[in-house]
Design a protein around this ligand. Structure first.
Ligand SMILES: *Cc1c(COP(=O)(O)O)cnc(C)c1O
Length: 418
């Protein structure tokens, strides 16, 4: 069983807590840089490779800035994410807007920024043209449906709200070309937290087939194939990380076999990974407020599902350790809870842990993606702070905790009670 990593010693963690009270998410700059470097390494064979960091995984301008320093662009799906990209210093085609049911102002901002636009339906082409004008570079999102019959590898695309069918893809590109768009890419996103190599090879095969078909039927040479995100991480200590080298090499072989013979030998490979870039580089740190024994044994933290929703929402596993008790035997069984008035506000159920006492510091692992990002204010619970552990060992506050005044701000209007 591999041991779960946390970058600070217990003494250093207590020092940090003196200055920045719990709860907070802390992200490690070094790990984030290593994660994107490993991804780039796996695709170093490609004529060009672009990682468009999926901003929704960790929508913080400082994080986007660090990834940008490593060569990443962004994949955005909202106005706020476009503005975060802009604040982080990204320009033009470094930004990609993946639309779905997208309002006019988001298309307008994306076109103003010179971003690549990724459309989710044929009808969105007219909507985009009418409200924002056409972009320099356009792609459509492919939903392979049941083209890959009896396949459990990419789930059930026919149940997904995203993307165009195969025939709609051809029609979409034909119409966009007719309207005068000159530069194209190809997009899909079918996997989620996937660690099996064959899933990524299947995705690449479907996309390369389509790229060749666009070339042959419409004389469109796409500039990039975006394979989406969905690169998985080992949330459980006994799980294996994905094999990026094998995935990169497998896709390289498919590229040589399928793309190169058709003159598609300059097509860039694009990914839009979120989880694999920042997920394992983040931890939610909380203090134990209460211990309760009824039909079960409960440990109550000063954080709640407003700070990390994945366990409550999907029953997702997040590993938990207790600062200073990393080597103690896990001979107690607890439900680890938050303070929300929702019975599913539990970070762990029936979890084997060392004996925990009030005042202990509990570390929840792998919260760097889809953690703080999914924050919400139900029950009047507030967003917690986000800290960055710099490579020089210093700590930088990159999001202050939300205050009660922030929460009440929208309830203040002329004549309001607050
Ligand atoms: C969520 C999302 C991603 C990132 O997914 P990860 O699982 O975090 O890699 C990428 N692209 C799109 C369109 C998404 O919606």
């Amino acid at each position: 069983m591999s041991k779960k990593y946390f970058p600070l010693s217990t003494d250093k963690l207590h020092e940090v807590i003196q200055k920045f009270p719990t709860p907070f998410h802390i992200y490690e700059e070094k790990a984030i840089r290593e994660n994107i470097r490993a991804l780039k390494d796996a695709f170093s064979w490609a004529p060009a490779f672009h990682e468009q960091f999926a901003v929704k995984a960790l929508p913080n301008p400082r994080i986007v800035q660090i990834l940008h320093e490593e060569g990443a662009g962004t994949d955005c799906s909202s106005l706020a994410e476009l503005l975060i990209s802009e604040a982080a210093g990204l320009k033009g085609e470094e930004i990609l807007l993946t639309s779905n049911d997208t309002p006019a102002d988001e298309f307008q901002k994306a076109v103003e920024l010179g971003a690549i636009i990724n459309l989710d339906d044929i009808t969105h082409l007219d909507y985009l043209e009418e409200h924002a004008g056409l972009p320099q570079v356009l792609c459509f999102r492919y939903n392979p449906g049941d083209e890959v019959e009896g396949n459990d590898i990419i789930g059930q695309p026919t149940e997904a709200k995203y993307g165009l069918t195969h025939d709609q893809m051809l029609e979409g590109y034909r119409r966009a070309k007719e309207k005068g768009v000159k530069r194209f890419g190809l997009h899909t996103m079918v996997a989620s937290n996937e660690r099996r190599t064959e899933a990524f090879l299947l995705t690449a095969r479907l996309m390369f087939d389509l790229a060749v078909e666009l070339k042959e039927k419409l004389d469109i040479s796409v500039e990039f194939v975006n394979l989406g995100g969905g690169f998985g991480i080992p949330y459980r200590p006994e799980e294996e990380p994905l094999n990026l080298k094998e995935i990169g090499e497998g896709i390289h072989q498919l590229y040589n076999k399928m793309m190169v013979p058709h003159g598609l030998d300059k097509v860039a490979i694009m990914t839009e990974s979120g989880r694999a870039m920042t997920g394992p580089a983040g931890w939610l740190v909380s203090t134990v407020l209460h211990e309760k024994h009824t039909y079960k044994d409960y440990i109550g933290l000063d954080s709640c599902m407003a700070n990390l929703m994945r366990p409550a929402l999907y029953g997702a596993y997040h590993h938990i350790t207790v600062a200073g008790k990393e080597d103690a035997p896990c001979d107690h069984v607890y439900d680890v809870t938050g303070s929300l008035c929702e019975n599913n506000d539990k970070f762990a159920i029936d979890r084997k842990l060392p004996e925990i006492n009030v005042g202990d510091i509990v570390i929840i692992h792998d919260t760097g993606a889809h953690g703080s990002a999914m924050g919400f204010n139900y029950n009047g619970k507030l967003w917690c702070a986000e800290l960055l552990l710099r490579e020089d060992g210093s700590i930088e506050l990159i999001r202050r905790a939300q205050t009660i005044d922030d929460y009440f701000a929208t309830l203040k209007y002329p004549g309001s009670l607050l």
